[in-house]
Design a protein around this ligand. Sequence first.
Ligand code: AMP
Length: 450
Amino acid sequence: MHKSLNEKCAVVGIFGRKDASNLAFFALHSLQHRGQEAAGISSGDGKKLHTIKNRGLVSRVFTEQKLETLKGSMAIGHTRYSTAGDDSILDAQPIHANYDLGQISIVHNGNLTNAEQVRKELIDSGAIFQSSMDTENLIHLIAKSEKRRLKDRIVDAIKRIEGAYSLIFLSRSKMFAVRDRFGFRPMCLGRVGSGYVVASETCAFDLIGATYIRDVEPGEMLVFEKDREPQSFKIYEPTPKHCIFEYVYFARPDSEVFGANVYKYRKNMGRELSTAKPVEADMIVPVPDGGVPAAIGYSQQSGIPYEMAIMRNHYIGRTFIEPTQKVRDLKVKMKLSPIVELIKNKRLVVVDDSIVRGTTCRRIVRMLKDAGALEVHMRISSPPTTDPCFYGVDTPDRDKLIASHMSIEQMCEYIGADSLAFLSNEALMRSVKAEGDEYCTACFTGQYIV
Ligand code: AMP
């Protein structure tokens, strides 16, 4: 995975199933694309919470024997992509603690924008932190709340935090799911046999045989208790500002997020791109895997044949070398390779979902030209990424975002393409059938919500 920009996590919660930790494991497996750095599960058996977490992929962290020790009919899980410098095991989730009401475990997808300030206030009043995670603030806020019931303490804590959060809490006997009022990150509710599941994306439901009920509403808290339907509480009025980058890149194409299918919308982006930025060419080529649906849309709209002329090696692990520019170049080379036979003497339209630093694009253009392509026209199925994200996407600083300091012409020259074009913000909104301003587009527009 690219080290420059990554979604910081997936969450899952299972309630009311004897095989809860097994189901959480499989759900996490489907959500692996949202974070490969660490994985963890906490389960609850009514008396005690059990937690296993470690660095690495879901399938490496858990074995059958380990899952057997995660007893109980409730479980929450997490996959994590950590930001630079803090990949210690202490920064893996679930976060677990003992406090005056007993035990608690928390998983979080998102990013708390006032975390530093709250952390400082907590430390000033005597709190001792174990990790560098913004999520740990919640443990302290819950422990310090003067309310008697956990539900009310969670509400107290939520009222102190700002930013993006899709959260799941596990106590000895209950599970709570909470989503911020903007619904930045996705989270949906499903039925799995006689139990319930909440997860970042519906692709997790498909694997465990769950059926989608609805999204957890922005600003909503769901409380899961034995022998009861989930209860819904409104913490905030919903004011949706869903992350548009979920549709552009993050979410799996087979998922329904924010109530719509990701693949369909990505294909619309390709269609729009073809209409607005046509090229005379012999072949449409996706950059795998991100560019595939948009390239299909581009091909169908333009009538130019689609070919998988770039192959992707799926078996690239993490390098333990510092992510310098040189290593990044090598990683692109290790990951993607051309089918020379297809490319030679052809005019290509190459479709990718986004340009961050410009490394991938530049390398691909060079690779295709070396393989004998006559022309390479880059088409990007999102607007230029000009601004960093503070709501759960770990973007590089603004000065590393190539589009923040180069015009499209300069970028085209830098990547060495014959032409370069992006999807406009308006066309992106049409692609996702936006009806108003229900999406956060800060990474493309610099218009931040909180
Ligand atoms: P860059 O090489 O820095 O311009 O990154 C752009 C490439 O990274 C494109 O091929 C995207 O598909 C891919 N990409 C975009 N966002 C992410 C992300 N969050 N994690 C990993 N790869 C990404």
